[in-house]
Design a protein around this ligand. Structure first.
Ligand SMILES: [Zn+2]
Length: 382
């Protein structure tokens, strides 16, 4: 019976942490996993997304059910590395925790999925069905990788999907969408002693942003699980001299959407409102820089039930089942699926540690998730 030793499990995670897959460097993670799969006779396929970015897909078994398992290979920047207690790219164990950029979000989950699949294959344990491993690129920057997988049909025949993002205590079955805009207001520069010789780019963009802020954030519609849509203007740049009328103002906005007030409706509202200002002489341009729809499923499935049991058994936790404001690759992977589709986000780590300095995953949780994932796959394919 093939079972990776604890030492091997830690070494493989440490190897992946050492790969600085901060934006555009996920290909090294993909190649590492591809070689690892090949060592155990599992063929995998690099799926190019852009010239430099790739996904990796590997599969074992055949026929239905098809279980989709997914994680992203990119990590966010380590920020100021001197703020870390140990090198963010050298996995370090302290007090039962494994520290390093990506230990939590989400290379531990990714290794759990990959090694579980290798063991199932090596031991010929999978009696029915297919397990499809989908490692994505660019999750932290708009989900380009998961969009590609959806477009190329990798989700068409999938019956269950789980994303191994950090959430060991709570099964997430629905989450908000995320929508980014860049708004540019163009004016005409002039000396501030004669502002009427120019056109101030700041004034219309302020009114525009406040009008939308009021409209969106006061909208009464609410999702039964996720609550209301929220909008925040997060960046505003304009002007460069106190006595010059600015010719350009640029704002960036993030909107967290719900199915009841979705991305398309928000985009239309931003465009219509710009049109209204432009008819009064402003020049406001609207650019959508990212659009990920919300995910809304019922959370009622044999997968969720079994996961609750396994969480109790291996982590000794009463697993909660909830919605979340954060987004995952499921925004793209679940395009076109209905609300009864069995989806969950469930993996080792701690949601609150994502993107932080001194990011860590609990070692006991990381190790327990190998058993959880194996028993989950075997339970769904009996
Ligand atoms: Zn993540």
């Amino acid at each position: 019976m093939k079972r990776f030793t604890e030492e091997e499990k830690l070494q493989i995670l440490a190897d992946l942490i050492a790969i600085k897959s901060v934006n555009e460097n996920e290909i090294e993670v993909a190649n590492y996993l591809k070689d690892l799969f090949a060592e155990y006779g599992i063929e995998s396929k690099i799926v190019p997304v852009t010239k430099t970015r790739v996904n990796l897909v590997a599969e074992i078994g055949s026929g239905s059910p098809v279980i989709g398992i997914s994680g992203h290979m990119d990590v966010v920047s380590a920020g100021d590395e001197s703020e870390w207690k140990s090198d963010p790219f050298v996995m370090t164990e302290r007090n039962g925790n494994l520290y390093g950029r990506g230990t939590n979000d989400m290379k531990s989950g990714l290794v759990n999925l990959a090694l579980t699949m290798i063991e199932l294959k090596a031991n010929n344990e999978l009696k029915n069905g297919t397990v499809r491993f989908m490692a994505t690129t660019g999750e932290e920057v708009g989900g380009a990788g998961s969009k590609k997988l959806y477009e190329e049909g990798y989700m068409d025949d999938v019956d269950y999907l789980w994303v191994a993002e950090p959430s060991p205590e709570t099964i997430i079955y629905s989450h908000k969408g995320s929508l980014n805009f860049r708004i540019t207001s163009l004016g005409e520069a002039a000396h501030s002693s004669m502002p009427n010789h120019g056109y101030n780019a700041i004034n219309p963009i302020m009114k525009y942003l406040l009008e939308l802020d009021e409209k969106l954030n006061n909208d009464p519609r609410s999702n039964e699980v996720l609550g209301k849509l929220v909008m925040s203007t997060t960046i505003l740049n304009a002007g460069n001299q106190v006595n010059s009328v600015p010719e350009k103002a640029v704002a960036e906005i993030n909107v967290r959407t719900i199915a009841e007030f979705d991305n398309d409706e928000v985009i239309a509202l931003f465009k219509e409102t710009a049109e209204k200002y432009n008819q009064e002489g402003s020049k406001i341009e609207v650019k959508v820089t990212m659009s990920l729809p919300s995910v809304f499923t019922t959370g009622k499935s044999d997968m969720v039930e079994l996961t609750k049991e396994l969480g109790k058994k291996h982590l000794n936790l009463d697993i909660k089942v909830e919605g979340s404001p954060g987004v995952t690759d499921a925004s793209n992977l679940l395009r076109g699926k209905d609300k009864n589709f069995p989806f969950m986000m469930y993996g080792p780590g701690e949601t609150k540690m994502a993107h932080k300095t001194d990011e860590y995953v609990r070692k006991d949780y990381y190790l327990a998730f190998f058993d959880i994932y194996r028993e989950l796959i075997l339970g769904l394919t009996k």
